[in-house]
Design a protein around this ligand. Sequence first.
Ligand SMILES: [Zn+2]
Length: 302
Amino acid sequence: MVADDAIPSIISRDERTTPREGADSIIAAIVASARDAMSRAKLGPSDILAAACSSPGPLDHITGVVHETPNLVGFRDIRLAERVAEAIGTKVFVDRDTCMAAIAEGLVGAARGAKDFVYVTVSTGVGGAIVSGGRMIRGATNTAGEIGHWPVGFQPDPTQSADADIPRCGCGGYGCVEAFAAGSKIAEHYGAQSASDVYAAAERGDARARGIVIRAERALANLAVGLVNAINPSVIVVGGSVAAHQPGHVLAPMHRAITERAFKAPAAAVRLVPAALGADVGMHGAVLEARERAAGRGDWFL
Ligand SMILES: [Zn+2]
């Protein structure tokens, strides 16, 4: 990893809502957004070394193909890097949003200097990335680190249908951390607009909201213990909007569970900390990743 680095400065930005009409409209929006940001900064394609595109996974960051994304409508086996590159006329590197966030937190954020760390985001979804021995774990098909779909719940009675009391995840599985603890799922289980409404209801003593919140806490607690016992990180960085707004319901139960239930040696070695880079973490990671990959560096995260 690069030892000394600075947080990239953002000179232009364009934000828009993700379309829900399928891949073509999403790619068109990405391209339009990139062009607007470029023109506002008075930059053409030839002024730009490389672009990076952060996407939900699973995806292959080497081929630039996004395989399937539970939270994006109609996005399956899309050659995202190639299609965006053709449209905007620059080199484009694609990676999972959480990998880019981990690159930023590892280089210039809360995990700076750590060789073994896990980045976890608790936001609309739950996700993450794992860095072990100074390298990001990519796995056999470059899709490793999808810890939001680590199952922590199971159906105790095999005679019941699996969906009787275990929530179904957007990935099609049952009992994933994301199905219990993602902001969108917490809101959905309660029938609220947003997770913050559910946390507020739980605060007022609403029993159903409290049940949903406690279940989410237990799912995150199990994830934390699993990460500590299985991966042995020195830092777990917890980011995402739900974690930022509800640290007492996200970081606190994870920390408690590690202290109470993980193996003593890895538990004593790990720090569970909030993310340092806030909502722009993905953008910072994208810039750092594009710069490093364009220069032929970045071995540790490829
Ligand atoms: Zn899942």
